[in-house]
Design a protein around this ligand. Sequence first.
Ligand SMILES: O=C(O)c1ccccc1NCC(=O)[C@H](O)[C@H](O)COP(=O)(O)O
Length: 256
Amino acid sequence: MKRILEEIITYQQLLVSLKKETMPVEVLKSFPGFSNPTRSLKQSVASSEQGIIAEFKRRSPSKEAINLKADVMEIAQSYEQMGAAGMSVLTNQRYFGGSLEDLQLAKSVCNLPILRKDFMVDPYQMYEAKAYGADAILLIANALPSEKLEELAVLAQELGLEILFEIHEAEEIEKLASKHIDLIGVNNRNLSTFEVDIQQGLDMLPHLPSELLKISESGIQDTETIGKLIEQGFNGVLVGEFFMKQKAAEQNTNNR
Ligand SMILES: O=C(O)c1ccccc1NCC(=O)[C@H](O)[C@H](O)COP(=O)(O)O
């Protein structure tokens, strides 16, 4: 079976080449948001008790429908009210039902730093992230060679975007120099098998550079697990499905 990550990366490369034709970088640079100052996700996580990065996620390759009817503006405001340190917005349409417009709307209705959670493969996407209002971007260690990760990281930093560098295995930390990393994310989900192992993430803690803020990502399904991860040394958590399902349940109750 072709790994989903490889499939997504191939798709992204094709998508970016089409977008470059329809919306050149020069046009992205003229977006009003392009020159906005960055809201620091790093500072917000560092100064928050549980460093919660709450994700907007309608569906996913592993779960299909999560909350298909979700309203991004309502959810952004509720994440801010519940005390999240930041918001992650999946901007990939095909696999997650998200969009850059979701990101733009989220940014416009709350004061949270916004992470563009997508599969970044090309410098063009850094300009796009900035134009639509992202404060931080994701770089996935397993998705690209070191040279490409560095190229994207350098440009992101030039544009004032912070970097969440995601790893699944401890050795992957070596793929990008610490000077380019604002937050290190340990993905508890294996992107080939979709298996989630929170303990494997916890076991990696002693191997991570002490100076970096550490985020536990994926598969977190209750508040007890959030507490345990923070108690054991993570500075924050990135949670999607659990919060989005809660929001769907609240919506159903309100509609009755
Ligand atoms: O969520 C998936 O099924 C998925 C599959 C393949 C690549 C990436 C995937 N997720 C992206 C994410 O990073 C998660 O949405 C994020 O860590 C939150 O996870 P969760 O709390 O389990 O929704």
